[in-house]
Design a protein around this ligand. Sequence first.
Ligand SMILES: Cc1cc2nc3c(=O)[nH]c(=O)nc-3n(C[C@H](O)[C@H](O)[C@H](O)COP(=O)(O)O)c2cc1C
Length: 383
Amino acid sequence: MAKEFNPKYPSMDDLRSKAMHRIPKFAFEYLDGGCNEDVSLVRNTSEIREVQLQPRYLRNQGVSSTKTTVMGMEFDAPFGIAPVGLQGLMWPNSPEILAKSAFKNNIPFILSTVTTMSIERASELTEGNAWFQLYNPAEDSLRDDIINRAAAAECPVLVLLCDVPTFGYRPRDIRNGLALPPKMSITNILQIMGKPTWAYNTLKYGQPTFETLKPYTPEGLNLKQLGQFMDKTFSGRLNEERIKPIRDKWKGKLVLKGVASEQDTKDAIRLGFDGIIVSNHGGRQLDAAQSTINSLSEIRAKYSNQIEIMMDSGLRSGPDIARAMASGAKFTFMGRSFLYGCGALGDQGGDHTISMLKTQFKQVMDQLCCERVEDLPKHLIKI
Ligand SMILES: Cc1cc2nc3c(=O)[nH]c(=O)nc-3n(C[C@H](O)[C@H](O)[C@H](O)COP(=O)(O)O)c2cc1C
């Protein structure tokens, strides 16, 4: 076991339970919830877990490796940290903790446009290895400014988000009056008082703010105002006209995140994307969505030789990652899992979560007698 691994928390459920006890309710519910009735949230994981794998015990050639390549880069494991907004609200300093851990463990870290660390800081912590997720800005000048900053910070991959044409309908966040910085209502103050480590760390690191957007954002927005600001500033309503100038301007790798259909994959290929992330935003946008493992299977069957197909949403363990890779993903990402890790273990949360997932994933590869990540599809049982 790696020294970063804390044996008191060997599963994602352990991390999630511990995080729930250390994060104020309004912030934990923002992290943990889906949308509407949470149907997509639950379906993502349950349908991944229907995937079954077959071992080949008499073909054991030796030790397996978890290394793999995507977007022309080699990583030590086939999973990375998905972009998550407002990270510092859920656990103080968590974007720094996660960017550092990702870099140290040689896995990709994707910085969200709306998180609490700037592009420049992410680049500094990862020596120019952080990927950057872009919400499509409505104004061309803002778009060009952010893209120039990502290029100056040497981000190797720009990830354009397509699955937020509108704000998700999230009853918990509406009820909690979610805001950044948190609204000091009696309920929130009581929730914060019950979480002393979170409160102490928030004082230590300061109120989280939208660092990348600081030059463009008014201060102290509540959820409604944030929605209005985001609507005005960013238009998730993407189309060819909006995408073309981004492709022309961005010289690095370009990935489309939030793809859920064969048609959008076909368009992504035609428009010059280097990769897609099949994703339904962790079930936070469309409660009537297909699970991403099912979208992946359909898309991969037609397009895996034309574009790199990555996947997220619903993965919580090494076996889940193996199931997704066996189903044809070239790479996987997780969002909530790493924030559960930070919530549970603070500064150690990134390293522990990566170590735990890698240990679990490697055990599956060894058990299947699968030496290379690329060979996982050979172990898929087609039902
Ligand atoms: C709290 C939260 C905030 C998120 N914010 C963003 C974001 O700002 N940009 C983005 O591209 N995706 C965002 N996502 C989606 C994640 O990148 C990812 O698609 C999703 O978390 C994957 O599902 P999982 O949490 O089940 O692993 C967010 C997800 C969560 C849970």
